[in-house]
Design a protein around this ligand. Structure first.
Ligand code: GDP
Length: 287
């Protein structure tokens, strides 16, 4: 399946982000817990060089708990401060604050040596579109400080939101672009609904999703829709879901577009359970 990307505005977003990152001590990177690598941009490591780093596995409420734990271990082993969150919930601020202090401890120590005490850490939120940046800023800032929805390239004067005595957050998130060139990444992000749906053939996408789920969570489609999974082509899986859920056209034949929407909505809404689409690569066991 060929996924078309429209990266035009991303050049602008990248420029804006390069400017903003100069203003902060810490970069809080949101990734989608259901596909933590596909929803990352590797350029962030050079863009955020020298800054404190925190990775938040967002939408952890939709991802598998076991996978969340594996991903936390994975990113921690790479030296990041990591936490899983549901950006819609406010409860995690205290824990996040501790993480931020840890991620910036060198800066805080440097300040102390220079006699600067209690200067707040300045932080910015970054992530690919739809990962939950605005939701996060809103719920952590308490008020409607960030507009929800994606408006890449809109510039306005930066405002600092005071989270508490120790942390100030830039009100505008930095928008990262996904790995455009990687078709697998495009597919996973399309499953999650993180790239513009209108540019994709829904039936094809949903068939691919059914096929993907059959491989990573065998038995799940059978359990949910009562269909046989084995030996079916991706399209046949979708067709069976249409039959199972009586997705029919007026003429009484299977309506695959309807079935596609149903499967995608149920998957994205967590109705199929908490599913993580990719796992960290296993390290070679020591002999
Ligand atoms: P942004 O483009 O990165 O700013 O993403 P938004 O903040 O606009 O969020 C995109 C969508 O994801 C919205 O519909 C949010 O309600 C939803 N969302 C954000 N965070 C979470 C989360 O932790 N869990 C769930 N289930 N949905 C979330």
């Amino acid at each position: 399946m060929n996924i078309q990307w429209y990266p035009g505005h991303m050049t602008k977003a990248k420029r804006a982000m390069k400017e903003d990152v100069k203003l902060v001590d810490l970069v809080i990177e949101l990734v989608d817990a259901r596909a933590p690598l596909a929803s990352r941009n590797p350029d962030i490591d050079s863009l955020a060089a020298g800054k404190g780093r925190v990775i938040l596995l967002n939408k952890a409420d939709l991802a598998s708990e076991k996978a969340n734990a594996a991903w936390i271990a994975y990113f921690e082993s790479q030296g990041f401060q990591v936490m899983k969150i549901d950006a819609r919930a406010k409860a995690t601020l205290k824990q996040l604050n501790a993480l931020i202090q840890e991620a910036c401890k060198e800066k805080i120590e440097r300040d102390r040596r220079r006699g600067i005490l209690n200067r707040p850490v300045r932080a910015m939120v970054v992530g690919i579109p739809n990962v939950g940046k605005s939701t996060f800023i809103n719920s952590f800032a308490g008020k409607a400080a960030a507009k929800t929805g994606n408006k890449p390239g809109v510039t306005k004067g930066n405002q600092w939101i005071r989270l508490n005595k120790q942390v100030e957050l830039l009100d505008t998130p930095g928008i990262l672009w996904p790995k455009f060139e990687d078709q697998r990444v495009g597919l996973l992000l399309a499953f999650l609904g993180s790239i513009n749906d209108e540019i994709l053939e829904k039936d094809e996408l949903a068939s691919e999703l059914a096929d993907y789920l059959r491989n990573i969570t065998p038995g799940l489609l059978k359990e949910r829709y009562g269909i046989e999974e084995d030996g079916k082509k991706p399209y046949e899986l979708l067709d069976e879901i249409a039959t199972a859920r009586a997705c029919l056209t007026k003429g009484g034949v299977n309506d695959l577009t309807k079935a596609a929407r149903l499967l995608l909505d149920e998957f994205r809404g967590g109705k199929l359970g908490r599913i993580t689409l990719e796992m960290p690569e296993k390290k070679e066991e020591a002999e």
